[in-house]
Design a protein around this ligand. Sequence first.
Ligand SMILES: *[C@@H]1O[C@H](CO)[C@@H](O)[C@H](O)[C@H]1NC(C)=O
Ligand SMILES: *[C@@H]1O[C@H](CO)[C@@H](O)[C@H](O)[C@H]1NC(C)=O
Ligand SMILES: *[C@@H]1O[C@H](CO)[C@@H](O)[C@H](O)[C@H]1NC(C)=O
Ligand SMILES: *[C@@H]1O[C@H](CO)[C@@H](O)[C@H](O)[C@H]1NC(C)=O
Length: 303
Amino acid sequence: MKHQNMCLIYVFGALTITSGVFSQDSTTLQPDVREVFVAVGSSVKIPCTDGEEKGVEWRFNSSVLVSSPVLSIQNTSLTDQGIYTCHQPNGNLIQTVSLNPGYPPSPPDVYCWSPSYPKRAICSWTLTPDPILPTHYITTYRSFSEPLSSARQCKKWEEQARQCALEELEIFAREPTLINITAVNALGSTTHIWPLVFEQIVKPDHPVNVSVMVMPGRKLSVQWGPPPTWPDPVNFLLKYTVKFHWGKPETARTLGPYESNKMVLSGLLAGRTYYIQISAKDFLDDGRNSDWSAPISATIPIN
Ligand SMILES: *[C@@H]1O[C@H](CO)[C@@H](O)[C@H](O)[C@H]1NC(C)=O
Ligand SMILES: *[C@@H]1O[C@H](CO)[C@@H](O)[C@H](O)[C@H]1NC(C)=O
Ligand SMILES: *[C@@H]1O[C@H](CO)[C@@H](O)[C@H](O)[C@H]1NC(C)=O
Ligand SMILES: *[C@@H]1O[C@H](CO)[C@@H](O)[C@H](O)[C@H]1NC(C)=O
């Protein structure tokens, strides 16, 4: 937490400079390496010493770059990334700089869905371009009219840097929930506020354990289980759609919805192999259909 606060302070410092350059003494990691962060396309000037010093030179990856006390890079590109060292005329090292070109965070592109309604919703986001620099995210959510101070933390989900989980969703809330995703790195920060109505983002995971049994009379009996991530299939019912095809997948037909976990396909042709997939949806039609389960096949015997 302390570390985060420090980062924020640095960021605001960098923003006031507005040159897109930011540096920090990483005394804790490598005592003598100064980390310098610079926005791609901007210029950076790094003096070797505080005072004038004759004959000093900058080297990049150990080869001489410029015989000048100031390292100056115009229009920084990603290929300028690396270790720069400044030396006295006798070769002694004065300082080491690690130059990190990258981008300030762009507004995150957010996608949220609830595979475990009403227990949990998950939000996932991407930044374009990728900032390349280490970037961390502050993610909170609250009801539309609640004060900022009552915001809850959207906790990191499944160890993904760009994914967080909202827990114990308020069902049929009167107003939307606002999720606030703030991305912070050495070059800046950006906030994206996104309104969510949980009922609109319900999306179960696909059904599991699909099994198909050949029955007399050219029929197939199909069974499946609810997605295990759906927390309460008794109070929050699901309904299912069955899709089957033979030959080309484009010719698939869908049947349903079914409230139970089984159905019988009939009127099938002997010798044909059928491929069957199941999708789940919230019983009240909230949100979207799950993805289809992986196809499972069965062949009608020729008698
Ligand atoms: C900066 O570099 C990029 C890529 O090398 C180039 O496309 C752009 O024209 C350059 N801009 C300036 C102002 O030199
Ligand atoms: C400089 O060194 C870095 C780190 O070893 C490497 O990624 C980069 O390609 C090198 N650049 C040049 C121009 O040699
Ligand atoms: C969004 O979150 C950031 C970081 O916690 C905070 O500074 C900002 O005030 C929040 N904005 C809104 C509108 O919630
Ligand atoms: C799916 O099958 C596994 C293994 O047979 C079983 O442990 C699990 O309970 C089944 N899940 C459902 C939702 O039917």
